[in-house]
Design a protein around this ligand. Sequence first.
Ligand code: GLN
Length: 312
Amino acid sequence: SLAAMVSPFRNYLNDLYEKYQPLNEGKVADYIPELALAKPEWFGICVVTKDEQIFEVGNCDQLFTIQSISKPFVFGLALADYGREYVNSKVSVEPTGEAFNAIVLDEVTNRPYNPMVNAGAIATADLIKGQNSTERLKRLLEMFKGYTGRDHDINVPVFLSEKATGNRNRAMAYLMLNFGMVSDKIDETLDLYFQQCSILVNAKDLAMISATLSNGGINPITKQRAVDEHYVQDIISVMLTCGMYDASGEWAYRVGIPAKSGVGGGILAVVPGKLGIGIFSPPLDAKGNSIRGVKVCEDLSRDFGLHLFNVA
Ligand code: GLN
């Protein structure tokens, strides 16, 4: 529409894209060859508002693997399957200050620290109900469809490579099995975890997912409920405290928008009650967060006063 073409916010996003497209810092994830195929110049920003507006600039249709951004939503499904008390007995919600793949459990309870680090995400995946591995994966994919409004595929080469090289994650799973924190279906659970990391999404999907959270669990475009309203606050709060790996504290302080990043180069950020942001740009900083993605969120937070605790 004409209104959309002259939208000041659309112009703002175009300027933001132009501002950060030349920023050639960081490194594309290369722990498996498939991820190293990502082009460093790929850059997309999408914003979906509660009142059904969609703003897109750059490579918003380019597919990439969701990776760690899957974790809060699998946590949401575990909550739906088992409720807060049981899930919290298996996974804490405490930030670690350590890297996402740290092999560390709470010394007193043997729980992994939170559902956003790999150990916690594996323990969370273990909780996903289903008669067999196919059914469990289908439930995950169905859940993501609820958030984005479209069907999702798995990038099979990424899944197989994650599985082939995932010995660190395997070690964590066995450590948790040793402490009785996960079931003995280790291979099935790890497959599910590697599959959830390999789900293909684009920046627009990420914005839809975050807009759905910001809208209380109902996708503002499709009007479909993706997650019980009850658990939206659980998902958003662990994103705020643990979503940006060991940069989460600084993120909460500087940006103040609950967010989750993944090594595929995605970031989704939720402004509760207002809008969802999805960004894709593969080059990562030392902690594993998309460099352009972080910059875009910093600018949006500052320029629109989106920090959660902004009372000015
Ligand atoms: N799939 C990878 C792993 O489990 C990376 C997850 C992430 O995005 N940090 O190590």
